[in-house]
Ligand binder design. Structure first.
Ligand SMILES: Cc1cc2nc3c(=O)[nH]c(=O)nc-3n(C[C@H](O)[C@H](O)[C@H](O)COP(=O)(O)OP(=O)(O)OC[C@H]3O[C@@H](n4cnc5c(N)ncnc54)[C@H](O)[C@@H]3O)c2cc1C
Length: 398
């Protein structure tokens, strides 16, 4: 009987456990999660969007797994009564300079096989979003929203019904290997397995290091802060309104998102955080900070992008600047319409030269696989990522 350990009870780890159980029904599969519940980090603190594959380089993992994963995620939500809504989104160009980027997005979406993309002129925008303004827009009818924490809960039920285990309060602290058998030390005791899969999100690099990997890339945490629209102003946004993203970054710019559990979120921004799980501005982890400051990638990144990093930081401390960004899309929005919302922290892997790892990144070994970079759209793509990981593992066994 094969034994597998999966580290990380976010959507990627849980979807991988589920797909592994389908592929190897006789295997003993255990998910180890350090928190008291699953999906406490990225998977439970995101924008809840079912992305379509609009932004990603054709042929990349992100493009392929997002397109396939969104289809599968919608079917999964339908089959398991998970609240979701394929409501469509608008990407709005607010000045003439953004028109060429909007055109490129349309072309990219078509290359990635998206259906029903529609270029709107400025005066057609209001048909879909009566309060949005711009010189042109791209309508993406396949985009949707979903209740990802509920997806995580259903995945746990499925994993358990497959006779696998999800062990919470089990922080992995060390590991050793003897005769091809892994022994993993956790705060909930020791676990053994023939094969390890790590899906540790914000700690993916450090956890893989415990299993003998060099940290060729390092995770930097980018906090995404949200405001919420006051209830009385929610009518200003029907569904999802996005700006045209800066192609140099994987972040999409502050936008409006109708949430599946109600309300409209505004954000997230993308501010370098001083702690990997730093959900508040004041949270500082000396270890995480030291890790970032001693990494050449951080300095190279700051050298290239200090202007953007600085303006993100300024907007993070100024509600007025945040409101101004939103006003470009919906001019009626006032600073007073915004209430403090939550925050999420994105795990973004970076190379020593300061370039961000653009695609999902998997490192395969004889008896281990590490998911080193799974930022957005990995919630949308989680089921497809699970299948891709299982394919790679199955190749090893065949
Ligand atoms: C602000 C924000 C907005 C986003 N919006 C979207 C969106 O709209 N749509 C979309 O598709 N994607 C979105 N994403 C991205 C998406 O949420 C993530 O890509 C996805 O959730 C990654 O899942 P994961 O399982 O890899 O990571 P996580 O959900 O972070 O899970 C990793 C898990 O590993 C555990 N762990 C870490 N170290 C250890 C250890 N030593 N021992 C045991 N367990 C450990 C952690 O506790 C955690 O639960 C967003 C992300 C953020 C932060």
């Amino acid at each position: 009987m094969k034994t597998f350990l999966i580290i990380g009870g976010g959507l990627v780890g849980l979807a991988t456990a589920y797909k592994l159980g389908l592929r190897f029904p006789d295997a003993r599969i255990t998910v180890l999660e350090k928190e008291s519940e699953v999906c406490k980090h990225q998977s439970g603190n995101n924008s809840g969007v079912l992305h379509t594959g609009l932004y990603y380089a054709p042929g990349s993992y992100k493009a392929r797994l997002c397109v396939a994963g969104q289809r599968e995620m919608i079917e999964f939500c339908q089959a398991n009564n998970v609240p979701h809504d394929v409501c469509g989104k608008l990407v709005v160009a607010t000045n003439e300079n953004e028109l060429s980027r909007l055109k490129k997005l349309l072309e990219r979406g078509m290359q990635n096989g998206l259906q029903g993309l529609q270029r709107l002129d400025g005066d057609e925008i209001q048909e879909f979003e009566p309060h949005a303004r711009g010189v042109a827009a791209l309508r993406v009818p396949q985009t949707g929203i979903a209740d990802y924490p509920r997806v995580g809960a259903v995945l746990v039920e499925k994993v358990v019904s497959q006779n696998s285990r999800v062990v919470t309060n089990a922080k992995v602290i060390n590991c050793s290997v003897f005769n091809g058998q892994w022994t993993v030390q956790t705060t909930a005791g020791d676990f053994q397995a023939d094969y390890m899969i790590t899906c540790a999100g914000l700690y993916s690099d450090r956890v893989s290091e415990m299993f003998g990997e060099q940290r060729a890339v390092r995770v930097l945490p980018f906090r995404g802060e949200y405001f919420r629209l006051k209830k009385s102003r929610e009518h200003l946004v029907r569904n999802l309104i996005y700006p045209v993203a800066d192609p140099r970054f994987p972040f999409l710019g502050v936008h409006f998102t109708r949430m599946m559990r109600g309300g409209v979120e505004c954000g997230p921004n993308a501010v370098l955080a001083f702690a990997r799980e730093g959900y508040r501005k004041t949270q500082i982890s000396p270890k995480d900070l030291f890790d970032a400051l001693t990494f050449s990638g951080f300095w190279n990144f700051m050298g290239k992008h200090w202007r953007i990093a600085n303006s993100e930081l300024r907007r993070s401390v100024s509600k007025k600047l945040f409101a101004q960004s939103l006003q470009k899309l919906v001019p009626e929005i006032q600073e007073d319409d915004l209430e403090i919302g939550g925050a999420g922290v994105r795990a973004q892997a970076m190379y020593p030269n300061g370039n961000l790892v653009d695609d999902f990144l998997f490192v395969e070994r004889a008896n281990a696989l590490h998911v080193l970079n799974a930022p957005s759209p990995a919630a949308t793509a989680s089921l497809a990522i699970g299948s891709a990981v299982v394919e790679k593992v199955a190749e090893k066994f065949s």
